[in-house]
Design a protein around this ligand. Structure first.
Ligand SMILES: Cc1cc2nc3c(=O)[nH]c(=O)nc-3n(C[C@H](O)[C@H](O)[C@H](O)COP(=O)(O)OP(=O)(O)OC[C@H]3O[C@@H](n4cnc5c(N)ncnc54)[C@H](O)[C@@H]3O)c2cc1C
Length: 418
């Protein structure tokens, strides 16, 4: 029997791949009985923050990784493409429709049993069970302490979520539609002139934030800095960051002093998220300060930004290169998958799930587990995360592989026929 703990992006990919191959799978998901600090629904594979799976372009590291996942046959990525909504060069999805389709598909698989319960530890029963811990950055404290007791300290960092506003509360007369650096009208752009920007920044840097236990700025994830921290780092930091006007011209071809971008959050276009506005501000402060943006002066926030601690293990100490625990019960096997392994990001968590499921299948078929070539993005990312001491969360980037020798995608198929 295979037990997958965590019905998120990695857990859903693993459950689907193993069930499709004909194996009995028990998927343990604690929501809705036990809440995490970031999930809002009881659906599988919920996207906790942005609804973007980043660039689709092959010349972009995330684009290349998505292309590899598609070639290898990722279920979650296929569903993402099936629920894509306008988003320029990025693969942007209707988050509700995406999670709905994954939940319904997995619920319909006859050899999958979904158990809505919190797993607080794994009691070895010596009957060749395979367990996968895919409980993500918001792993419940009880299970995380079991992991630490059995596998050592692990690590954590802080990540945050951006707010979502109602489309019909945006003052569109103070906006323009445009995509950055390309033709298109997928994004609503809210310009600020110099005075408006300076006033907005002044209020942002002194706005009240929510206290978070153990919060330490040094542990903020570099690519997910809260907007208020960016504002505090310098007068123009936001104008070179989430409010950068570059590549955006209004209908008169004019470039604003600063621009806040809104990205559609669902296919009907009734919800928009504020791009790059992940925040730790108190909710009342989010209302007060974000309404200083002219186009958002009457905006109604339907999901407020929040900050959350992200926990992960250190595979370098705990697992082999297939993310199989070095020490576990005789006969049984325990794997870790998804963001708890130290990858960072939706696509990276899906990739980790696919990689772990592929090797569980090989082991069950009596084949030796394999690694992907390091000339591929998935190969380089898994290799880095598995072998790096003092690991900091890692996402797809070309720094992991030497760009010149990127193994073209189709070689993956040849390699998999081993
Ligand atoms: C605040 C925040 C914002 C983020 N924003 C982004 C973003 O904008 N873009 C991006 O690419 N990535 C983002 N991430 C990172 C990451 O991509 C996601 O967290 C992703 O969902 C990780 O996938 P996963 O499958 O590893 O875990 P998850 O998708 O989180 O799934 C884990 C599942 O395990 C369940 N679970 C936890 N503990 C237990 C237990 N003891 N028993 C049973 N079930 C359990 C949870 O309920 C959850 O459903 C963010 C993460 C956080 C925390």
């Amino acid at each position: 029997m295979i037990h997958v703990i965590g019905g998120g992006l990695a857990g859903s990919e693993i459950t689907y791949q193993l069930a499709k191959a004909g194996y009995e799978v028990v998927l343990h998901e604690m929501r809705p009985k036990i809440k995490t600090g970031v999930h809002k629904t009881d659906k599988l594979a919920e996207l906790v923050c942005s609804n973007s799976l980043k660039s689709k372009e092959l010349k972009n590291a995330s684009g290349l990784l998505k292309n590899e996942l598609e070639t290898i046959g990722s279920f979650v990525l296929e569903v993402a493409k099936h629920n894509a909504i306008p988003g320029g060069k990025a693969l942007v999805v209707d988050r509700e429709a995406f999670s709905d389709e994954i939940t319904k598909t997995i619920e319909s698989l006859p050899n999958v049993k979904i158990v809505r319960e919190e797993v607080v530890g794994i009691q070895p029963k010596g009957n060749n069970n395979i367990w996968v811990i895919a409980t993500g950055p918001a792993t419940s404290p009880k299970l995380y302490s079991w992991v630490r007791e059995n596998f050592g300290e692990g690590a954590h960092f802080f990540d945050a979520v951006a707010p979502i506003v109602k489309a019909n509360t945006i003052d569109v007369s103070k906006t323009f539609l445009a995509n950055r650096y390309e033709e298109g009208t997928d994004y609503i752009n809210c310009p600020l002139n110099k005075e408006e920007y300076i006033r907005f920044r002044e209020e942002l840097v002194k706005a009240k934030t929510l206290p978070i236990e153990g919060f330490d700025k040094k542990l903020l994830f570099s690519r997910c800095q809260p907007i208020e921290e960016i504002a505090k780092s310098g007068l123009d930091s936001m104008r070179f960051g989430p409010l950068r006007p570059v590549g955006l011209k209004d209908s008169n071809g004019k470039r604003a002093y600063a621009v806040v971008q809104l990205r559609r959050d669902n296919s009907v276009g009734s919800l928009y998220n504020i791009v790059g506005f992940q925040t730790r501000l108190k909710w009342g402060e989010q209302d007060r300060v974000f309404r200083m943006i002219p186009a958002l002066r009457n905006a109604e926030i339907v999901r407020y930004g929040v900050m959350h601690a992200n926990v992960y293990i250190e595979p370098y100490k705990v697992t082999d290169e297939f993310f199989r625990a070095k020490k576990f019960e005789k006969g049984g096997m325990l794997f870790f998958a998804g963001q708890i392994t130290g990858v960072e990001g939706y696509v990276e968590s899906i990739a980790s799930g696919l990689y772990v499921s592929m090797n569980i299948l090989r082991i069950l078929e009596g084949k030796t587990p394999i690694t992907f070539p390091q000339k591929s993005m998935i190969g380089a990312l898994m290799n880095y995360v598995a072998h790096t001491p003092n690991l900091k969360p890692m996402y797809a980037n070309f720094g992991l592989i030497d760009k010149k020798s990127v193994e073209t995608v189709f070689n993956m198929k040849k390699m998999l026929s081993l």
